[in-house]
Design a protein around this ligand. Structure first.
Ligand code: B12
Ligand code: SF4
Length: 539
């Protein structure tokens, strides 16, 4: 195979001037693009890696004369990624999309990329590099049969970590991962059907020792979908590799794993930030391992979060707004009570979003005709809710969202949060509240609420009586994409929001006659049986 000139672009965000983004975005670089960099170099190719954080000209991030360009993107950056792909395709490159958008909307992405990758292991990447062919008008979809069993050591992706962190002006967080998938089965989650699998603890220990040699007192951001499932082994690995006080950590973990003995151990090992999901007072109790609902759940979770705060300085609790179990003002009022009882925790809100084929629940939303075709650009958990709420009309829903947002970022709440926290946590919370997440979001929701009432095109789009994209949303995409808007391929603003349902129906019909589906991950891979519980992507 001749040496390829390969570009790897990790898109963290589309163009933005938000202060939070400038300070923090480089810390949200993904692990996989760096892993790809290591794999491509091991195969003897020349690699340019870049992490685009939302400032500057994305087209200058990579050289223009590449053979193969890998792009990693979330769905909210999909249009931007499509435009970048178009640019490089026009210059003769073959383009590949991987990451959350590729896993959630592969059929759509295949219209704009030569390859769209699902689960990505070394064999899949080798196959792409070996073939490196144009697949147009429809790209080739490839997925490994499962998540990779191992990833290269940190040492091999270190130069890419350093490249990303050069863009972090103050705090620098090193992305690490020790496990894939999750043993829990929250029906709204992309990992609910992905088997839990720890990576090698021996390698993890070596990676941590390597990191200590590279950075004085590093901060590690764990990208494990649910950190600490194999808690003891994980912590033993950290304890044996890292002398106390030499490393700080940030992790996402479910409340059920955050018991007091675990918290004491996390504290001893420098865990400075934890992001547990509460999600709802009336649903998804399996995540926090509680059968309680309503105010009883508020009290119990508040007690637990206050306990967490005694051990871990920065706690961000995540809520999903608009779930089917919610109706009336009670869920929102309970979230306010929770904040009264737990002033130290930062409240993160997400509007219920069905990301294509991410989760089994999305199939039900699509079957019920409740998914609205909001363009990808708005699918980042807060700019739009693409599932019609079960128990709210839109005006009522947005009134509640505005009310709880206003309450959470009012001068009083911000001051209480500031007073209840210490050190860097209080400044981070203040920055979030004053930047796009607090004040910015409140302004945006207020505009949307006004349009729901005053602009018939917006209301009928949201109600599902029209699929015509309202001017407001179109203009916003144009403005946000800036110069890249001109590179958007024809038709790229719209997508088939029922694609998952369509392919699942075809797969179910095929499965009715006992059959198997070919997962074309690597040449010679065996045919694998169809899992009847999960609609398979036939790639
Ligand atoms: C860790 C995590 C984060 C971290 C780190 C993000 C990062 N840059 O990687 C933080 C906390 C910063 C974060 C933020 C957000 N996140 Co997040 N996050 C996750 C989480 C929990 C794990 C993802 C992960 O790293 N898994 C480990 C990797 C190795 O496995 P994987 O993701 O399955 O990737 C496989 C393939 O997709 C492929 N692959 C992955 N990347 C790439 C790249 C290329 C080029 C290629 C070829 C292949 C490839 O290889 C992997 C191995 O098979 C998932 C939920 C989950 N349980 O998976 C949500 C998830 C990815 N996040 C999500 C969202 C919406 C967000 C936010 C937009 C939320 C918000 N409003 O703030 C932001 C986006 C910020 C940003 N751009 O970074 C959604 C994405 C949905 C979508 N289609 O866009 C998910 C799926 C959760 C959900 N709601 O369902 N997140
Ligand atoms: S615990 Fe978290 S990662 Fe696991 S299935 Fe539930 S939401 Fe997903």
């Amino acid at each position: 195979m001749h040496q390829l000139h390969i570009g790897i672009l990790d898109i963290v965000e589309t163009p933005t001037s938000a202060l939070w983004a400038r300070v923090m975005n480089a810390n949200f670089a993904s692990v996989m693009p760096q892993v790809l960099g290591a794999w491509c170099e091991q195969a003897g190719h020349r690699v340019h890696y870049s992490c685009y954080t939302g400032s500057g000209d994305v087209l200058r991030e990579l050289p223009p004369d590449l053979d193969l360009v890998f792009i990693g993107a979330f769905t909210q950056a999909a249009h931007f990624a499509y435009a970048v792909s178009n640019f490089f395709r026009q210059r003769g490159a073959v383009t590949v999309l991987g990451g959350p958008h590729a896993r959630c909307y592969p059929e759509d992405a295949a219209r704009y990329f030569d390859y769209v990758l699902g689960f990505t292991d070394r064999a899949v990447v080798d196959e792409v590099m070996r073939e490196c062919a144009r697949h147009r008008p429809l790209g080739r979809q490839i997925s490994a049969a499962r998540q990779p069993l191992d990833l290269p050591p940190l040492a091999e992706r270190w130069k890419f970590v350093e490249t990303a962190l050069k863009k972090a002006p103050a705090i620098k967080i090193v992305p690490m991962i020790g496990s894939l998938g999750c043993p829990y089965t929250c029906s709204f989650c992309i990992d609910s059907t992905v088997e839990y699998q720890p990576l090698s603890f021996t390698q993890l220990g070596e990676d941590l020792r390597f990191l200590l040699r590279k950075i004085q007192d590093p901060i590690v951001g764990w990208h494990d979908p649910n950190f600490g499932v194999r808690f003891d082994e994980y912590l033993e690995t950290i304890e044996s590799a890292v002398p106390q006080g030499r490393m700080r950590h940030i992790a996402e973990s479910s409340l059920s794993l955050l018991t007091e003995p675990h918290l004491a151990r996390l504290k001893r090992n420098g865990f400075g930030a934890i992001l547990p999901g509460i999600e709802s007072w009336f649903d998804l109790g399996n995540k926090s391992k509680t059968r309680l609902t309503g105010m009883d759940k508020v009290r119990q979770v508040s007690d637990q979060v206050n306990t967490i705060l005694r051990y871990v300085p920065y706690v961000r609790t995540n809520f999903v707004l608009g779930l089917d179990a919610d109706h009336g003002s009670e869920p929102f009022e309970l979230t306010k009570r929770f904040q009264d009882l737990t002033p130290g925790a930062f409240p993160g809100f997400s509007l219920l979003t069905a990301f294509g084929r991410a989760a089994p629940l999305n199939l039900e939303y699509q079957r019920a005709g409740r998914v609205r075709p909001f363009p990808f650009h708005f699918l980042g958990n807060h700019e739009a809710m693409n599932v019609q709420p079960m128990n709210y009309a839109w005006p009522e829903f947005y009134d509640h969202v505005i009310d709880v947002t206003r309450y959470s970022f009012s001068g009083r709440a911000v001051a209480r949060r500031f007073a209840a926290n210490r050190g860097i946590a209080r400044w981070m919370h203040l920055l979030s509240a004053r930047s796009s997440e607090g004040a910015g979001r409140l302004r945006y929701y207020t505009v949307v609420r006004r349009l729901i009432e005053g602009d018939r095109s917006v209301r009928s789009f949201m109600d599902g009586t029209s699929d015509r994209l309202p001017h407001f949303y179109h203009a916003r995409i144009e403005q946000d994409l800036g110069a890249m808007y001109g590179l958007l391929p024809e038709g790229a603003l719209t997508h088939d929001h029922t694609a998952y349902l369509k392919t699942a129906t075809v797969a179910a019909t095929a499965a009715a006659a006992p059959d198997t589906v070919q997962i074309r991950s690597a040449p010679g891979r065996p045919r694998v049986p169809v899992d009847r519980e999960r609609p398979q992507i036939t790639m």
